[in-house]
Write a protein that binds this ligand. Structure first.
Ligand code: 5AD
Ligand code: SF4
Length: 475
């Protein structure tokens, strides 16, 4: 789909959309896709807040507790704006829309359009429907996979299936780092996780479509491309019609090669990897394709086989460590981060200590750590031995204390070295301070009066703490 404005568009006053995106980078990519569809339908982004908008779009997240409560409270505020501005439309999209569906409209009738993540391409049609019928328009659920005729099985969709390649940035400005969704959904059903319920089964986008989208982003100034999916390692298996990743690394390796070979792309990252589908050829790609950098996020969730089994993670600690070895053999010193959950139902002290041992063994560059929280509809909510909150708190604190020490040690080990830093933006609070990332994904702050955005430059690391390094440009 081409979203270049036509002459006719230019004659008509464009309507304004205000977009609020919560949660993960996939939501950012979804918001950008919806903005692209809206631009093709005579909307433009407003930077003047919700009061200036004709359409307010709340793209929501359901990964943590109290998601619905948060949405309702924001809708309360927006409703006051709506009461003063007849004709203002409110759309709720994302995982809360999928999980709560029409129930959310009963609680918040001010919602004009409600769309789950599997139906975002239907936004223009639903806005039209709302206009014509006067009642809230709803689309949730997930389409079947592309069939042999090449459509996604959308029963009512009037949207063309032509690949949409002109995706604007949600900030309305050129961005150095852009996100591209490559696969929707997840087939895994880890017992704690709500994602397969809110994002549906895996549907991959074809490589040529992704490449076109990336090419456009590069033409708009992007230097770093982050490929997104709940489980990027199983990318393309649905297109091949198989359940396991081929021994050569399969379509994901092919996609990474295609994207990192594109001129103008300086760095390629991807998230989230699942250790179960992580292959040795993928680890080896890091040594043959330096644009992949020296960093990977590989969530393990826990460091004991009994916990991993009850989480249905489908790998043991030993198998996880094998993936770490593949990576470190391919790229000595590669930085690895992970996600960890403490207080999963039935987690004993011994099991929790397994997680501490794993942290020591891998020496992650950083971690995202969570207290287990029951998510409606997931298997683990029905497990009997739920862990009391005070124990979860204690375990989380112990985990973070250990990791903070390692994070600091690894960061300070960079002091004195020269790193190639990709500069992303300048600090709003401190003029003259530029923020960039090393190939190991560590944040570096550098003073410079020059415009460094999008440049990769050698930087001598002078010091730092666990959140950021401080460096000087090497002339
Ligand atoms: N409780 C706690 N953490 C969770 N995560 C996902 N579901 C839950 C839950 N029910 C964490 C996992 C996942 C990350 C995105 O969020 O660590 O990798
Ligand atoms: Fe959730 Fe990730 Fe497990 Fe899929 S692989 S169910 S997204 S934790």
């Amino acid at each position: 789909m081409n979203v270049e404005p036509t002459k006719a568009d230019n004659l008509v006053l464009r309507r304004k959309v205000h977009i609020e995106t919560w949660g993960c980078q996939m939501n950012v990519a979804d918001s950008e896709r919806m903005l692209s569809l809206l631009e093709a339908n005579n909307y433009e982004l407003t930077a003047s807040g919700p009061e200036a908008a004709d359409l307010i779009l709340l793209n929501t997240c359901h990964i943590r507790e109290k998601a619905r409560h948060k949405v309702l409270s924001r809708l309360g505020v927006l409703d006051r704006i709506k009461s003063k501005k007849p004709g203002l439309k409110i759309a709720v999209t994302g995982c809360v829309a999928q999980a709560d569906g029409k129930k959310l409209i009963e609680l918040a009738p001010q919602i004009d359009v409600l769309i789950g993540p599997g139906k975002i391409d239907e936004l223009p049609r639903l806005l039209e429907e709302r206009e014509q019928t006067g009642v809230s328009a709803v689309a949730t659920g997930f389409d079947r996979h592309k069939d042999e005729h090449g459509d996604r099985g959308a029963e009512h969709s009037t949207i063309s299936d032509e690949p949409m390649i002109h995706i604007p940035s949600i900030s309305g400005k050129p961005e150095v780092n852009r996100f591209v969704n490559i696969i929707q959904g997840c087939n895994n059903f880890c017992t704690f996780c709500v994602v397969p319920f809110t994002r549906g089964r895996e549907i991959s986008r074809p490589i040529p479509e992704i490449v076109k989208e990336v090419e456009y982003m590069v033409s708009q100034g992007a230097k770093e491309i982050t490929l997104l999916g709940q489980n990027v390692n199983s990318y393309g298996l649905d297109l091949l019609g198989r359940d396991d990743v081929p021994a050569d690394g399969g379509p994901f390796v092919e996609l990474l090669k295609a994207v990192s070979d594109l001129p103008g792309v300086d760095r390629v990252r991807f998230t989230t990897s699942n250790p179960h589908d992580f292959t040795k050829p993928l680890a080896e790609l890091f040594s043959s394709h330096p644009k992949l950098g020296r960093y990977i996020h590989l969530p393990v969730q826990a460091g004991h086989d009994r916990t991993l089994e009850r989480m249905k993670r489908k790998v043991t600690v030993e198998e996880y460590m094998q993936r770490i070895k593949w990576l470190r053999d391919a790229v000595p010193g590669i930085a690895i981060s992970t996600d960890l959950i403490v207080g999963f139902p039935g987690e004993t002290e011994e099991e929790f200590e397994g997680t501490l041992r794993l942290i020591e063994a891998v020496r992650f560059s950083f971690i995202y750590s969570f207290k287990y929280s029951p998510r409606k509809g997931t298997a683990a909510t029905r497990f009997l031995d739920q862990i009391p909150e005070d124990i979860k708190e204690r375990r989380l604190a112990a985990l973070n204390q250990l990791q903070d020490k390692i994070t600091l040690e690894l960061a300070l080990a960079d002091v004195g070295s020269v790193k190639h830093v990709l500069f992303v933006f300048n600090s709003k609070k401190e003029p003259g301070v530029w923020i960039g990332k090393t190939p190991e994904f560590r944040v570096v702050r550098v003073h410079s009066s020059a415009d460094l955005a999008g440049k990769t430059l050698p930087v001598k690391i002078m010091g730092g703490n666990k959140t950021a390094l401080v460096g000087e440009l090497v002339h």
